[in-house]
Design a protein around this ligand. Structure first.
Ligand code: 13P
Length: 249
């Protein structure tokens, strides 16, 4: 059985005080839910976030990690460093990392390998750009992204993978994929994984949708059979909005 998941990617937002305030509000308002609820504050506040949420069901996750074990990689953070402060899940492959920090499929494949070797669960992000969708290439682009970063894995590794389909044209734009577009792509992703691995891998992997999910549209998107939850940007920075989205799952 795959999990339902709602995760907040805070990106480069919230200083330490703001982080503590938002986390306290989220813990206080968190409804009783079977879904996994996660937040990804910025690196510098991960330790404080883990402490703040010690007695909460909300999991703190990282926005990124480096593929190397340790060494001369100025400004980077390793898997061991994350584990050491109590982080067990990392977002890998966000479109902003791909677009602004030159993260290629090859680099992402290395990050995934390292994360899994170290026992870190991977939330792998991917999705097409607007031109890809306009030219009808969106399925091909998505398939390539998955193939290049994840298809060398063995079946067992998939129990530590969460997928997050985030069409780049829907991120931070206020324009979401329609629930039908999300379902169509999620069904395609599940079919592609079923063909490359097997049906149990495909049926057990959680596939989240990300891109302008808000309290007003979450319920309809989450109602689709292949949408297992959401990766939320802007709306995860406001406690009431994020909680409303958690309630919609
Ligand atoms: P928005 O919800 O702000 O569109 O961001 C989505 C996202 O990039 C989550 O990783």
């Amino acid at each position: 059985m795959r999990s339902k998941i709602v995760a907040g990617n805070w990106k480069m937002n919230k200083n330490l005080d703001e982080t503590e305030t938002l986390l306290s509000a989220l813990s206080a308002k968190l409804p009783d839910t079977d879904a996994e609820v996660m937040v990804a504050p910025t690196y510098i506040n991960l330790t404080a976030a883990v402490r703040n949420l010690e007695s909460s069901k909300i999991e703190v996750i990282a926005q990124n990690m480096h593929f190397a074990e340790s060494g001369a990689y100025t400004g980077e953070i390793s898997a061991d460093m994350l584990l050491n402060v109590g982080i067990n899940t990392a977002i890998i492959g966000h479109s902003e990392r791909r677009a602004y920090f030159g993260e290629t499929d090859d680099i992402l494949a290395k990050k995934v390998t390292t994360a899994l070797e170290k026992g870190i669960r991977v939330m792998f992000c991917f999705g097409e750009e607007l031109e890809d969708r306009k030219s009808g290439n969106h399925f091909k682009v998505v398939e390539e992204q998955l193939k290049n970063a994840l298809f060398a894995l063995d079946n067992a590794a998939w129990s530590n993978i969460i997928l997050a389909y985030e069409p780049v044209w829907a991120i931070g734009t206020g324009e979401t994929a329609s629930p039908e577009q999300a379902q169509e792509m999620h069904a395609f992703i599940r079919k592609t994984i079923g063909e490359a691995f097997d049906s149990s891998v495909a049926n057990n992997v959680s596939i989240l949708y990300g891109g302008s999910v808000k309290p007003g549209n979450a319920e309809e998107i989450f109602s689709k059979p292949d949408v297992d939850g959401g990766l939320i940007g802007g709306a995860s920075l406001v406690a009431d909005d994020f909680i409303a989205i958690v309630k919609a799952i």
